[in-house]
Design a protein around this ligand. Structure first.
Ligand code: NAD
Length: 271
């Protein structure tokens, strides 16, 4: 009985069209194998997308190029999202190749480490501005940069976290940046909707990545969520990636301006 069922599911898998076949995607924010963007890149390739990755700077170039080769991504291009000339160069590179992008994933955030450990009231003006620039404004900058090559509509997805609307210990300035990011999603969705570009955010539960390690006592957040979330476990990056596939695919065609929680249900809990 079980053998039959699994043979049938294998048969169906082979017949199922891949969800991103024929689509061209850009994923910004792979730093290493633990990055949420890496899980998303894997899922996009699995579903048949032609994929371009970006890396932040020279320090990450080799790692991301190696990962791109391993994934059989089309290419990896350097792009620091705080540098307008690099965003322009990204647009020009894609334009010159004749790329028409259907899906873009923005999986980028940064705040000074000290601003994720000391009292929020001590956040400096420059630390606040930096977190906003990299983690929220960059979505506007990326949306503008990809507009000339997103000529047949598509999907722009970013990554956010519950700290945008609830107080999470030590998330501090990043929570404020995520609130701005989520509002940015709504304004962009309203403006780009008539061009059939959908803009959404995935609010992921906590996952141990390089960025997350910068948050003081992050492992206690992981423990707390695993105990209290309705599903009684932490978020698997592949669950986030599958939701990114859904949003980028035809299945998500009616969804825009949304914050989708992929967090084992933690966000519904009061206590
Ligand atoms: P990560 O450290 O792997 O990814 C962060 C990425 O941001 C890195 O690739 C880094 O190079 C990039 N970046 C930072 N500054 C940049 C700049 N100036 N230009 C270009 N790229 C820049 O960590 P992650 O956890 O995968 O984070 C990805 C996204 O997911 C972030 O927006 C993060 O806030 C969000 N998120 C993470 C969690 C979690 O628990 N890990 C939960 C919810 C949301």
């Amino acid at each position: 009985m079980y053998a039959k069922a699994s043979a049938l599911s294998r048969y169906n898998e082979n017949l199922m069209p891949r969800l991103l076949e024929g689509k061209s995607a850009l994923v910004l924010g792979v730093a290493n194998r633990w990055s949420l963007a890496y899980a998303i890149a894997q899922a996009f390739i699995r579903e048949g997308a032609e994929l371009t990755l970006t890396y932040q700077g020279e320090r990450q170039k080799q790692t991301v190029e190696d990962l791109a080769a391993e994934l059989k991504a089309h290419q990896a291009i350097g792009c620091d999202v705080t540098q307008d000339d690099q965003l322009t160069a990204l647009t020009n590179a894609l334009k010159q190749q004749g790329t028409v992008l259907n899906a873009v994933v923005h999986s980028i955030a940064f705040a000074n480490r000290e601003d994720l450990s000391r009292p929020f009231v001590e956040t400096s003006r420059s630390g606040y501005a930096l977190a906003q620039d990299v983690s929220a404004y960059s979505l506007v900058a990326v949306a503008r940069a990809v507009a000339p090559v997103m000529t047949s509509g598509g999907s722009l997805t970013t990554l956010t976290y519950l700290g945008s609307n609830r107080v999470i210990p030590n998330y501090n300035v990043m929570g404020v940046a995520k609130a701005a990011l989520e509002s940015t999603v709504r304004y962009l969705a309203s403006e780009l909707g008539p061009k059939q570009v959908r803009v959404n955010a995935i609010s992921a539960g906590p996952v141990k990545t390089a960025s997350a390690r910068g948050i003081k006592d992050f492992s206690s957040i992981l423990d707390f969520v695993a105990q209290r979330a309705p599903l009684r476990r932490n978020t698997d990056p592949l669950e986030v990636a599958d939701t990114a596939v859904f949003l980028a695919s035809r299945l998500g065609r009616g969804v825009t301006g949304n914050i989708l929680y992929v967090d084992s249900g933690f966000q519904i809990m009061g206590l």
